[in-house]
Design a protein around this ligand. Structure first.
Ligand code: GRF
Length: 222
């Protein structure tokens, strides 16, 4: 498949909480040579810090409060309509804590990314840092993947690793993993905007070649 760089890609970020990843993306996309711009930030919760961060950066925000909908389908339909209003080229889930319906996910197939705090396929779901500690793992990390119907199971694009120290607890490990998230997400989003990362069927591709394993951040970028 040919790489196709998007023209001034429109990035829409979905959040639910503190938005530290959003902040890293805001700062990266402000750089002059960044190949995309954040056109809107959407949340399923009102009054979260992530929305504040977006507003402070002068980015349009919207909230689709999941508590106001009777079913996941109704919520997803409303969220999809809000997103489409902004005609994004890519939807970036950055700490967005709602499970999305297959219809929603498929509408954005190949143009929706998520960050997950584990070395997928290990530890899908929640409490990933504690689970890595409980398992006695020596390595932990974060993954960025295309979103598919398979929760936290879509093709992984890239990972950044964190060594687990003997005295780590879930909090200290989470803090170091988050630092890696903030480095990795802007890089992978840049690759997507440049057309270097794509979803081809069931595989993520990089520069047109299917990834047999995730890309790992070179040490100097970590
Ligand atoms: C991140 O750790 C991410 O891996 C997970 O949710 C957290 C969001 O943090 N999906 P923040 O809102 O970006 O600070």
């Amino acid at each position: 498949m040919m790489n196709q760089e998007l023209t001034d890609p429109r990035i829409l970020v979905l959040v639910s909480g503190s938005g530290s990843n959003l902040q890293a993306l805001i700062e990266a996309t402000r750089e002059r040579d960044y190949p995309g711009q954040i056109v809107a930030v959407g949340s399923n919760r009102p009054d979260v810090l992530a929305l504040e961060r977006a507003k402070r950066a002068g980015i349009e925000t919207f909230t689709v409060d999941h508590q106001k909908f009777g079913s996941r389908d109704e919520f997803d339909t409303a969220l999809k309509a809000e997103i489409e209003r902004h005609s994004p080229d890519v939807v970036v889930l950055a700490g967005f804590m709602r499970i999305l319906t297959p219809g929603f996910v498929n509408a954005f197939r190949g143009r929706m990314l998520n960050i997950h705090p584990s070395l997928l396929p290990k530890y899908t779901g929640l409490n990933t840092h504690q689970r890595a500690l409980d398992a006695g793992d020596q390595r932990h990390g974060v993954s960025i993947h295309f979103v598919t119907e398979d929760l936290d199971g879509g093709p992984v694009i890239a990972q950044a690793e964190v060594a687990i120290a003997a005295d780590d607890d879930a909090q200290s490990l989470a803090a170091r993993a988050q630092q890696q998230e903030h480095v990795l997400y802007p890089i992978v989003l840049r690759w997507f905007c440049e057309g270097r990362v794509q979803l081809d069927g069931e595989h993520a591709t990089f520069d047109g070649t299917p990834l047999t394993q995730p890309l790992v951040l070179p040490a100097e970028e970590a």
